[in-house]
Design a protein around this ligand. Structure first.
Ligand code: SF4
Ligand code: SF4
Length: 615
């Protein structure tokens, strides 16, 4: 295929997309619907003061209050649900016949609905795909050369700080103190998730912010993580000699742990429960310490940490890398102190050998090798972002599986937060045999349905889709030495930006909309639990950006990372197939799947989304 033919095809794609957009004009924007669409109810969280209000003349009668997350929980008065901390909402009797609901408690002026032009976004994606493929196909990539990069460890005070023996404890101890505070407040402060510092800090601020941190600074969080500190300290105290069996020295257990943790959270509402959050922190800390007591070095971080695999994959995107500066020095090095350790350091806790390290996944940025290298040969350098995703000479099947699983998992987690979710689950439940099995309780049915859909999405649908397109890719672009498994493993890395995009976009909403809520939470905590006063909490604290601005930021992230995924896919195809035409044929099925996932992500983000916490 000549370049002109290809450009022509790209333009046809652009034209087709535009035509589609013209025929499917921008949707007028979905007003945020009430959490239930039943005609006989209106949800007014906390707006009506008591059931007695219902008895006033002309107002509909309140039958009871219920938890919108778990509708089976009912109360005869307003308040919060004991298990998830959601505000209870009023269930009203039927409205007067023939009249539209006229609810005195409804907000006087609802904010204008955000325009969410789904069709326009899909058309834009189509157009961008054509342009990006044409650009990539015609672009010559220069041979990679080891240019002199900006090295942070050349800055005197940075180097002195990293080489200081208290470098890591200085980062770890404050975080350990915060974790202890999270545990204390989780048990002994209010159990309303949106008002407790433990839940607010952990889930709205920390968990949302570290996803951005992985992209910007790689695994810097791991250098200061309290769980990492506990496991390494435990290992130093007990000095175990065992290592994990070779078959377990991978991220399969971490992948399963993350899938399990996510399911537990979605099913049992850990995010909304301070007490469960505290128990979770204790449980992970206990496993980390036990692992340190039983196995050498940071085995927990390397193979067991539930978010370790995810952090590793996302940090491949980062523009920072810790590497040996000169291979020749390492070749001549007799001691390999960076791995073994010496009187200045402990050796690499992650079992990494910096001399051959080519990816960020398993380097916790602990600085031990910086201290121990007798040649001062370790650098912490700026480099082109995403490089690890396409330049690795050793793609791994366990990482590839996690990369594609994350696409399904993040979709499910985000889906769980959009308001039509319960309605979708009800529809899916109709096709599952719950009634035949005698299971009729709505909450149980919804929970079981979620479990089935979740497991299918992450373990079957997403990986199977990649497997099918790998077979397709292999059949239309046969190349010696490239099996279906290798195609799967190689191209899975181009899906890291797709899952990451939804993860970032999802958490952008939490950070910008709910993040400021940490201020009244801190004020309330200080007022209630200390002798000091921190002012009156403003529970209506405004968001950092409007709904409309957040939506377009999310779209920019999702579409931008989709383009990055195409870039990664093309670099992978070129380096594996060499020939451009063959590379194009090989990558096209992958591009179709990446585009499909991105359209689904755009659709999901176009739905009204619930807050992580309510006050
Ligand atoms: S100790 Fe330094 S020079 Fe020796 S192998 Fe490690 S990084 Fe290379
Ligand atoms: S490679 Fe160096 S900085 Fe990275 S985990 Fe190992 S010792 Fe720490």
């Amino acid at each position: 295929m000549s370049r002109f033919t290809f450009l022509g095809l790209a333009l046809v794609l652009v034209f087709a997309s535009s035509t589609w957009a013209h025929e499917h004009p921008a949707s007028p924007g979905k007003p945020t619907p009430p959490a239930s669409t039943a005609a006989d109810e209106v949800l007014v969280p906390g707006a009506v003061t008591a059931g007695s209000a219902a008895s006033q003349a002309g107002e509909p009668k309140i039958l009871y209050w219920y938890d919108p997350m778990h509708p089976d929980y009912k109360s005869d008065k307003p308040g919060v649900a004991p298990d998830c901390g959601m505000d209870l909402v009023a269930k009203y009797a039927d409205p007067p016949a023939g009249g539209a609901m006229s609810m005195p408690a409804a907000p006087a002026a609802a904010p204008p609905p955000v325009a969410r032009p789904l069709g326009g976004m899909v058309a834009l994606l189509g157009a961008l795909t054509g342009i990006a493929l044409a650009f990539l196909y015609t672009r010559q990539f220069p041979r990679p050369r080891k240019a002199r990069q900006f090295d942070l460890l050349q800055i005197g005070w940075v180097k002195a700080f990293v080489r200081w023996k208290y470098f890591q404890p200085t980062l770890q101890l404050p975080n350990l103190a915060v974790f202890a505070l999270v545990i204390y407040l989780g048990f002994f402060d209010t159990q309303v998730g949106g008002r407790n510092f433990a839940t607010k800090l952990t889930w709205t601020i920390w968990w949302a912010a570290i996803i951005f941190a992985f992209v910007l600074v790689g695994k810097l969080w791991c250098a200061m993580c309290p769980f990492g500190a506990l496991t390494v300290w435990s290992s130093r105290i007990f000095n175990p000699v065992r290592r994990l069996p070779v078959s377990l020295r991978n991220i399969w257990m971490a992948t399963l742990a993350f899938a399990l943790l996510t399911w537990v959270d979605e099913s049992f509402g850990i995010v909304a429960s301070p007490r469960r959050t505290a128990w979770l922190v204790i449980a992970i800390a206990a496993v980390a310490m036990a692992t340190g007591a039983l196995f050498q070095r940071a085995t927990f971080c390397r193979s067991l940490c539930p978010i370790g695999g995810l952090i590793g994959l996302y940090s491949m995107v980062s523009p920072l890398e810790l590497r040996a500066r000169q291979a020749s020095l390492c070749s001549a090095c007799a001691t390999k102190d960076c791995y073994r350790g010496n009187h200045k350091s402990q050796g690499c806790p992650m079992f990494e050998f910096p001399a051959v390290m080519e990816r960020n996944n398993y380097c916790n940025l602990c600085g031990e090798c910086v201290k121990s290298c007798p040649q001062d040969n370790i650098g912490f350098q700026l480099r082109p972002p995403l490089q690890d995703l396409w330049s690795s000479s050793r793609p791994r099947f366990d990482e590839a599986f996690l990369a594609i699983m994350l696409v399904g998992l993040v979709f499910m987690v985000t889906g769980h937060m959009v308001e039509p979710w319960h309605e979708w689950m009800d529809r899916v439940a109709q096709f599952l045999p719950w009634t035949a099995l005698g299971i009729t309780n709505h909450q149980v049915v919804e929970s079981l349905t979620f479990t089935v859909v979740y497991l299918a999405a992450i373990f079957i649908i997403a990986p199977l889709l990649l497997l099918l397109v790998s077979l397709l890719s292999r059949s239309i672009a046969p190349a010696s030495g490239i099996s279906a498994r290798k195609t799967f493993t190689t191209f899975a890395y181009m899906f890291v930006p797709i899952g990451l995009a939804l993860h970032l976009a999802h958490n952008l909403l939490h950070l910008l909309k709910e993040g400021p809520g940490i201020v009244p939470v801190i004020q309330r905590t200080i007022n209630d639990l200390t002798p000091w006063r921190a002012g009156t909490p403003n529970w209506q604290i405004p968001a950092l950006a409007s709904d409309s601005a957040i939506y377009y930021l999310q779209m920019a992230v999702v579409l931008g990372f989709y383009l990055l995924s195409l870039w990664v896919g093309w670099r992978l195809a070129l380096s594996n197939y060499g020939d451009r035409k063959l590379a194009l044929k090989a990558v096209l099925p992958m591009v179709l799947v990446a585009a499909g996932f991105t359209i689904l992500n755009v659709f999901l983000l176009s739905q009204p989304m619930s807050a992580r916490h309510h006050h």
